[in-house]
Design a protein around this ligand. Structure first.
Ligand SMILES: C[S@@+](CC[C@H](N)C(=O)[O-])C[C@H]1O[C@@H](n2cnc3c(N)ncnc32)[C@H](O)[C@@H]1O
Length: 337
C-alpha cells in the first residue's frame, strides 16, 4: 500500500519547495505527521503544517471520473482550446510555476530529444524550448484543436507535432532523453499505463517529469474533484513511477503564488514528479488490455450527460483560484489564508 510505502520512505525523495512568499515548506510534513528516514534535497529551516493530499480518501484511479475518459476529454478540449491559454492557464499554471516545475526535469543540454506528452497548446513546450532546441522536441496530444494552437506559436515552429495517445505512444523504445507531461495525467483512464509508456520511450538514464494535480482535503473541493477528473494523491504518483521501474523518484510541490502554500482545495498543477530510467528496454511492469476501448460504440446521450456534469464540476475549479486571489488581497501579508 502507498501509505505503508511512505512510512518506509528510503526509496523516493520529496523536494523542499518554497511558499510563494519565500518561506520554506517541507513536503514531508503530511498532516503534521513526521515521516521517518525521509531523504531531503535540502535541510529545512522551518516546517509548516501543510494540508495535502495524503490521507483523504478518494475513489480509486481505476474508476474514472466524468471527464477522465478519452472521448469526454476530446470534447472538453474541443471547446476549451478556444480560451485555454487566456482563461484557464492564468489561474492554475503560470509561467513561474512552469519554470519551477520543469527545473527537476534537468533539461541540461540543447541537443536532448524531448517528448511533451499531452502538450496541448504548447504552453509547457514554451518552457522546454528555453533549454532545448525546438527541432528536438515533439509535442503529442490527442486533441487536434489544442495542437492547432501550438502550431501557431512562433518559438514552436520547428517542433514536431503529433496526434496520439499518452497511453500508447508512437515512439520507439529507448527513444528520448526526456519525457515531459504537464496537466494531462488527470484525463488518462489508466495513469499507470501512461507512466509505463514514459518509461518505455526513454533512453537508459533518461528522465520522466510528470506535472499534475493533487487531491484536495477540503470536503467540497474533494466532491467536485471526484466528479470532474483524476486528482491523484502524492503517494499514488510515487507508487506509479516505482511500479513502472523508475529509480530516484522525486516529488516537488508547486502552486500559484497567491495561494500562499494552501493545498486543501487541491491544485490543478500541484506537483512535479520525476524518475530516472535505470536500464534500457521496456518497463518491467506487465499490464493487460487498455481500460478504454475507443473503437467501442458509445451511447451519445450518456457521453453528453457525462460531459455536461464533468464540465460543471470543472467550473468550481475555475472559481477556486479567484477566491484564493481575493483572500490573498484581503488577508494581511504574512498571515495564513
Ligand atoms: C490541461 S491540458 C495541458 C496542456 C499543456 N501540457 C499545458 O501545459 O498547458 C491537457 C492536455 O492533455 C491532452 N490529453 C488528455 N488525454 C490525453 C491522452 N490520452 N493522450 C494525449 N493527450 C491527452 C488534452 O487534449 C489536453 O490538450
Amino acid at each position: 500500500m502507498a501509505s505503508s510505502m511512505l512510512n518506509g520512505a528510503e526509496t523516493f525523495t520529496l523536494i523542499r519547495g518554497m511558499t510563494p512568499k519565500g518561506s520554506s515548506f517541507l513536503a514531508s510534513d503530511f498532516h503534521g505527521k513526521h515521516i521517518p528516514k525521509l531523504s531531503l534535497i535540502a535541510k529545512p529551516r522551518t516546517v509548516q503544517s501543510i494540508k495535502c493530499s495524503l490521507s483523504a480518501t478518494s475513489r480509486p484511479a481505476s474508476q474514472p471520473r466524468f471527464i477522465q475518459h478519452k472521448k469526454e476529454a476530446f470534447w472538453f478540449y474541443r471547446f476549451l482550446s478556444i480560451v485555454y491559454d487566456h482563461v484557464i492557464n492564468p489561474g492554475h499554471w503560470t509561467e513561474d510555476m512552469r519554470d519551477d516545475a520543469l527545473e527537476p526535469a534537468d533539461l541540461s543540454n540543447r541537443n536532448m530529444l524531448v517528448v511533451d506528452v499531452g502538450g496541448g497548446t504548447g504552453f509547457t513546450t514554451l518552457g522546454i524550448v528555453k533549454h532545448v532546441d525546438a527541432k528536438n522536441v515533439t509535442i503529442l496530444d490527442q486533441s487536434p484543436h489544442q495542437l492547432a494552437k501550438a502550431k501557431q506559436k512562433e518559438p514552436l515552429k520547428e517542433c514536431k507535432i503529433v496526434e496520439g495517445d499518452a497511453e500508447d505512444l508512437p515512439f520507439p523504445t529507448d527513444y528520448a532523453d526526456r519525457y515531459v507531461s504537464a496537466g494531462s495525467i488527470e484525463y488518462w483512464p489508466d495513469p499507470q499505463r501512461g507512466i509505463r509508456e514514459a518509461y518505455r520511450v526513454l533512453k537508459l538514464g533518461g528522465k520522466a517529469c510528470i506535472i499534475g494535480p493533487v487531491y484536495p482535503t477540503f470536503w467540497l473541493s474533494r466532491y467536485f474533484a471526484d466528479v470532474w477528473m483524476l486528482f491523484p494523491k502524492e503517494e499514488e504518483y510515487i507508487e506509479w513511477f516505482q511500479k513502472a521501474g523508475f529509480k530516484d523518484v522525486q516529488l516537488k510541490r508547486i502552486g500559484p503564488k497567491w495561494y500562499r502554500g494552501v493545498r486543501r482545495h487541491g491544485l490543478i498543477m500541484g506537483c512535479s514528479v520525476t524518475g530516472v530510467k535505470p536500464a534500457s528496454g521496456d518497463s518491467p511492469l506487465q499490464l493487460g488490455p487498455k481500460a478504454e476501448d475507443l473503437s467501442k460504440p458509445v451511447n451519445p446521450f450518456v457521453l453528453l450527460l457525462r460531459f455536461v456534469l464533468g464540465a460543471l464540476a470543472a467550473t468550481y475549479f475555475v472559481l477556486v483560484p479567484i477566491y484564493m486571489w481575493l483572500k490573498d488581497q484581503i488577508v494581511p501579508k504574512g498571515q495564513p489564508i
